[in-house]
Design a protein around this ligand. Sequence first.
Ligand SMILES: [Zn+2]
Length: 118
Amino acid sequence: MNAAYKIIWNKCKECGFLQHKTHLRCLKCKGDKFESIAASGTCKLLTYTILKATPMEFRDQQSYALGVVEFENGLKALGQLTTKENLKTGIILKPIYKKICNDLNGTEVYSYIFKPLE
Ligand SMILES: [Zn+2]
């Protein structure tokens, strides 16, 4: 995984609960001390959908798949999938950091996209 653009979550130092880093307090115990945990390894597809009305930034694509994945260490992430074919929950994917589109000002947008291992 690209070291400069890791997917980072917070792990509560009180109770160990993992949560997105936008929360200021632990959702479980209300603690406010965290350590940063980076997503690692491969991930599992938890759920997905096929978008058929794509946002303007993706106007060159008629449709694409969007999924929620869970990494081996418990972190979850939302992102595009590289394919719409043969998807089912539970398959293993690998994160790839790449340009996903140009925004409406023409600026390149980079993010993780998830590719099935098989
Ligand atoms: Zn906690």
